[in-house]
Design a protein around this ligand. Structure first.
Ligand code: F6P
Length: 554
């Protein structure tokens, strides 16, 4: 397997050491003072590409710090690893795989040879099948077993086989087919599926069983329930072929489950689950918005790939976002990162980015097996910014630790929503300003004087009414929320994650950390059914299993 050129650990890199010194020197500096001292700051600290404008002037960095961050990317080998990824090298070394989600959005007709195989040709062939199938369902050519049109599509999948298409379907609802409803089922507790099935007509429902491995317990459990439900109504196995399709890399398991492999859409082991929404995993979205618009999503992502591949680091959106993120996590000691979209359509974006970022870079060991020696993936969290403002933004403004924020706004909006859109936008910009600028004691005191408060009350309240400010944020403005720009936005975050992984030296494309819990769940499940005493666990776990055995009833 191709080994990366050995390089010192991240923290030994000269740029890292210089950044450490920079950070100490800048400890007392306030972003507001940087703005006051440098009228060109905002003008310099923005960049745009693919319909996305990024203002990063409200970060706790000055020009020398930024220069060192770019140097860090160079010393860490970002350009070389980027070339290796785009070239189809097996950069997912722990699994011996290439990493080619970028090939999923390459234009038909281009080529990318991996092990003698043109992967773009393979991708285009599946894309064509997705096109034909989604068009047939949307236009009524594909019908249920009793000849009626499909009205409801249920995607059964979890993690990467759920979050991407679900997030995108929510974001692009304005482009949705009017008579096709999309549903997403992931939770194994059965509640969501049970509630949903009660509202569906089996004759007009299509299930997509989406699982890269087709071994995922949650997905197969839900798929089996759906299968029984359908058979219970349709009465014949033949109905399965009209109501179940699969998206997977595992043909044998799909066949074993009882789905005709003619109704299976494949993808490849070089597509990570959390990077797979561009593959046939995006089938629910293709059904919702149509194949042409799905192509636009791919084109937007491809445009961002080209930008990431070709733009100099200093103008490269993913590189800039990645380096600022590293600065915040490792030098400003910010353990989390808030994603705050100010557009209801993006309400599942934080959940999507949680998997993308934390399953990728939530590692403490480098690709070469050595300890990382610095902090990696921050906790990604959030929901729509406006709701967050009335829930947890208090902590952002006055809590003890900085929470860097990505504010995400959309410029274009429907004319009839103009008044509301203005309010949402004003709030977003104001929050970023308030976090950065804060409110100094003199300002707070003057306000209270003006409001007629007695001096004694002012003195008592003053510490509570002061905002330190100096809290970093990025603001991303999308020209509009359409398939193309959404594709670019998601690709932007994918590449940001990649760059961070390279700098930290971890492999962003494996996820061994999810295995132990899965193994133990299998053992616990067996022990829950045992009538005899169990002692293979610690006392706490044993007691919990015991309590379940005594207390759980149907
Ligand atoms: O358990 C984590 C994980 O393997 C994710 O990486 C993946 O996206 C998810 O489970 C679902 O996996 P699959 O698509 O194979 O069902």
């Amino acid at each position: 397997m191709n080994q990366p050129a050995p390089r010192p650990s991240t923290t030994q890199l000269p740029a890292w050491q210089a950044l450490r010194a920079c950070c100490e020197a800048a400890a007392g500096r306030h972003i507001a003072d940087e703005f006051a001292a440098d009228p060109g700051r905002a003008e310099r600290m923005h960049t745009e590409a693919c319909g996305i404008f990024l203002d990063y002037a409200k970060n706790r960095v000055d020009a020398p710090t930024l220069a060192l961050l770019f140097q860090l990317a160079r010393e860490a080998g970002v350009a070389e690893q980027r070339a290796a990824m785009f070239g189809g090298e097996r950069i997912n070394r722990t699994e011996g795989r290439a990493v080619l989600h970028v090939a999923l959005r390459m234009p038909a007709g281009s080529t990318l040879m991996v092990d003698g195989d043109d992967v773009v040709a393979d991708v285009t062939a599946v894309r064509e099948r997705v096109r034909r199938f989604s068009t047939a369902v949307r236009e009524g050519g594909w019908r249920g077993h009793d000849g009626r049109r499909i009205t409801d599509v249920v995607n059964i999948g979890i993690g990467g086989s759920d979050l991407g298409p679900q997030m995108a379907c929510e974001a692009l609802r304005d482009f949705a087919h009017r008579e096709l409803r999309l549903h997403f089922i992931s939770n194994v507790d059965g509640i969501a599926l049970d509630r949903l099935l009660g509202t569906l007509d089996p004759g007009t429902t299509l299930f997509i069983v989406a699982s890269k491995t087709f071994t995922t317990q949650e997905t197969l459990t839900n798929a089996n329930v759906a299968r029984r439900w359908l058979l219970g109504h349709a009465g014949s196995e033949a109905a399965i072929a009209r109501h179940f399709v699969a998206v997977s890399t595992n043909t044998e398991a799909v066949a074993r489950f009882g789905i005709d492999t003619a109704n299976m859409f494949g993808f490849w082991d070089w597509v990570g689950g959390r990077y797979s929404m561009w593959s046939a995993i995006g089938l629910p979205l293709a059904l919702q918005i149509g194949a042409e618009r799905f192509d636009e999503l791919l084109a937007g992502a491809h445009a961002m790939d080209v930008h990431f591949r070709d733009a100099p680091f200093e103008h490269n959106l993913p590189v800039i976002l990645a380096l600022l993120g590293i600065w915040n996590v490792d030098f400003l000691d910010a353990p989390t990162q808030l994603i705050a979209p100010y557009h209801q359509g993006l309400h599942r974006l934080p959940a999507y980015l949680q998997q993308l970022d934390m399953e990728s870079n939530g590692k403490s060991v480098r690709s070469d097996g050595h300890a990382v020696g610095c902090h990696t993936s921050p906790v990604i969290w959030g929901e729509t910014g406006i709701n967050g403002q009335h829930a947890y933004f208090q902590m952002l403004h006055q809590g003890t630790r900085p929470v860097p924020v990505d504010f995400i706004g959309v410029l274009e909006h429907p004319a009839h929503l103009h008044a509301q859109h203005r309010i949402a936008f004003a709030n977003m910009v104001a929050q970023a300003e308030a976090l950065m600028r804060g409110k100094r004691a003199a300002e707070a005191a003057a306000e209270m004087h003006a409001a007629g408060l007695p001096q004694e009350r002012i003195d008592a309240l003053l510490p509570h009414r002061v905002f330190a400010g100096n809290r970093p944020s990025n603001t991303l403005l999308l020209d509009r929320l359409d398939p193309r720009t959404l594709g670019a936005l998601i690709a932007l975050y994918e590449h940001r994650t990649f760059v961070q992984g390279v700098v930290w030296g971890v492999n962003p494309f494996d996820q061994w950390g999810v295995e132990l819990g899965k193994q133990l769940a299998g053992r616990v499940l067996e022990d829950m059914d045992r009538s005899t005493d169990i002692n293979a666990h610690d006392a706490s776990t044993t007691a919990l299993i015991d309590r379940y055995r005594r207390g759980a009833r149907a």
